[in-house]
Design a protein around this ligand. Structure first.
Ligand SMILES: *Cc1c(COP(=O)(O)O)cnc(C)c1O
Length: 234
């Protein structure tokens, strides 16, 4: 793990300013966009520093790495988002220790998370990951399978279905990138379950592209590098 080298306070205020201007330019309320600080490879102390700047939501990709940090920060009242690939032998820890999961892409995993969510906790908030660029090696449900997956997950008693998430293919071409966000946003409307008032979240946009995800309707952006600086090779 590496230490946070530059001033996170300066980074966070710069990010907040960029969110506000991207939102205003798109005629959106900046308060409708939640910042998720992606803290993979960072220490609990790094996270505490960011949490002190009124950032309450953190995203982790690896269960084994996340659990000791969640324990160390149990007093801080943070909200934890699981944003990594889900292995079936990790669903119990995810269902028990996280409040949100962004990466549900198949029925079997959804069922396990619902079965394993403790009754002492609120239902687990869930996003379905969509493979918007049809990349064969990438996680995510295809757009064709999405409606079916939505219907299945909605019926699971211990999950609360909130919306969609994607990680588009990286592209230097802003138009290509923006088009991927637009496809996710239109899938979000197309599969919106009638009468499901919790269908309110579109998780898209990272350090390189959050300012183009915001005009396409992102309600959660997931930033790592912009907050903590560059990661060492993972
Ligand atoms: C690492 C990661 C991020 C953050 O990426 P940055 O480019 O550092 O902002 C966001 N989302 C997911 C799913 C990630 O794995």
């Amino acid at each position: 793990m590496q230490s946070v080298e530059r001033s996170v306070a300066a980074a966070i205020s710069e990010i907040r300013a960029r969110i506000v201007s991207a939102a205003r330019a798109a005629n959106r309320d900046p308060a409708s966009i939640k910042l998720i600080a992606v803290s993979k490879t960072r220490t609990a102390e790094d996270i505490r520093q960011v949490a002190a700047l009124h950032v309450s939501d953190f995203g982790e990709n690896y269960v084994a790495e996340a659990l000791p940090k969640i324990d160390a920060l149990a007093d801080a009242g943070l909200t934890w988002h699981f944003i990594g690939a889900i292995q079936s032998n990790k669903t119990r820890d995810i269902a028990t220790r996280f409040q949100w999961v962004h990466t549900v892409d198949r029925e079997r995993i959804a069922k396990r998370l619902s079965d394993q969510r403790p009754h002492s906790s609120a239902p687990l908030d869930v996003l379905l990951q969509v493979n918007v660029d049809r990349e064969p090696q990438k996680a995510g449900a295809s757009e064709e399978r999405l409606a079916e997956l939505v219907a299945y997950v909605m019926a699971l008693p211990r999950l609360r279905l909130r919306g969609l998430m994607a990680i588009p293919r990286e592209s230097a071409d802003r138009t290509v990138q923006r088009d991927a966000f637009r496809r996710l946003a239109s899938a979000f409307e197309r599969v919106r379950p009638p009468g499901l008032d919790t269908w309110d979240t579109l998780s898209m946009g990272m350090t390189a592209d959050f300012e183009i995800a915001i005009p396409e309707g992102a309600t959660m952006i997931r930033l790592g590098t912009a907050i903590f600086g560059a990661r060492a090779a993972e």
